[in-house]
Design a protein around this ligand. Structure first.
Ligand code: HEM
Length: 281
């Protein structure tokens, strides 16, 4: 396409301005769709950043789920470098996700109240993509599908994620294939059930960390998973603190006890044996 001659700065080194339909950027990014998904429910000027931050976090959840699914598949095929690339990208993405708490981290109760009523019973507790993250980490729970009964696509995706081995299951299977004594009870567990901390798995990680020359690649894998666990813990804690600042000990819009409920959720350990094993190395 030629450049429009009357545009200031147009020349052979200027960007193309002339497109028959929508721009190729739009065709790829769908920015018009993305920037018209903000249906505000109040007149409060602070609601926009609350809604967009939530949407941005949903997008990061989507990217991170994609990375962890890539990593799971790669581990299943014994392609550790591919899995490591995806895990490392996910750690950087978790840092970016966590940085997006900043605009909501200092809400006063008055500021939050200005649009809280407009949220009705809406709560992040109903985020299906967050649930898929938890499932991939091994924190499975069939009851978390219940809120999504009315949304067939979301429900089907969550059901699939519930039934599939988690990222952590794939890690433990790989350790078993490498000859490490991961117990059969862990390997043959119904994948739709939560991974419970296992003393034998803890011993396996302790053995790996105790012999970094022999297990260099597995130590690197363990550390990449530990980064993910730490950053998830940080997300939960930043959420908890933001919630405490914005609403004290009031009940949540989703019907929970609020901060007291979130406190319990925030203490959950991601890849538990990777943390407890450290005491025995
Ligand atoms: C300062 C603003 C926020 C407050 C006051 C708040 C409050 C709460 C509360 C009280 C709960 C417990 C469930 C309930 O009763 O509603 C909850 C859960 C949750 N919220 Fe938020 N939230 C905020 C921002 C966000 C944002 C921006 C996201 C991003 C998607 C989010 C995602 C979640 C998730 C995923 C859960 C479920 C956690 C779990 O199952 O362990 N929240 N939130």
């Amino acid at each position: 396409m030629s450049h429009a001659p009357d545009v200031p700065g147009a020349g052979s080194d200027a960007p193309n301005l002339d497109f028959a339909g929508t721009t190729p950027y739009e065709d790829y990014v769908q920015a018009d769709v993305l920037t018209h998904l903000q249906q505000l429910r109040s007149d409060d000027p602070g609601e926009m950043v609350f809604l967009v931050t939530t949407q941005v976090m949903e997008l990061w959840f989507t990217v991170i789920v994609h990375e962890w699914e890539t990593a799971s598949r790669a581990l299943r095929e014994d392609r550790i470098p591919l899995a490591m690339d995806a895990l490392k990208r996910s750690a950087d993405e978790l840092v970016a996700l966590n940085a997006s708490w900043r605009p909501l981290g200092r809400l006063t109760p008055g500021q939050f109240n200005a649009y809280r009523g407009a949220l009705g019973e809406g709560s992040g507790f109903q985020s299906a993509m967050y649930r898929r993250m938890e499932f991939l980490l091994g924190d499975k729970s069939a009851s978390m599908l219940v809120p999504h009964r009315g949304a067939p696509r979301v429900h089907a995706e969550l059901e699939k994620a519930l039934q599939e081995p988690s990222l952590y299951d794939e890690v433990l299977r790989l350790l078993a294939r490498r000859g490490l004594p991961v117990p059969r009870s862990v390997l043959d567990r119904d994948p739709a059930r939560r991974h419970e901390p296992s003393p034998e798995v803890e011993e396996v990680w302790a053995a790996i960390y105790a012999d970094p020359d022999r297990y260099a690649e597995l130590v690197r894998l363990g550390e990449a998973l530990t980064d993910v666990g730490e950053l998830m813990w940080r997300w939960r804690n930043d959420h908890l603190v933001a919630t405490r600042r914005a609403m004290g000990s009031k009940t949540g819009t989703g019907g929970s006890a609020g901060v007291a409920w979130l406190e319990k959720r925030a203490t959950k350990s991601v890849f538990p044996e990777l943390w407890t094993a450290r005491s025995n190395v």
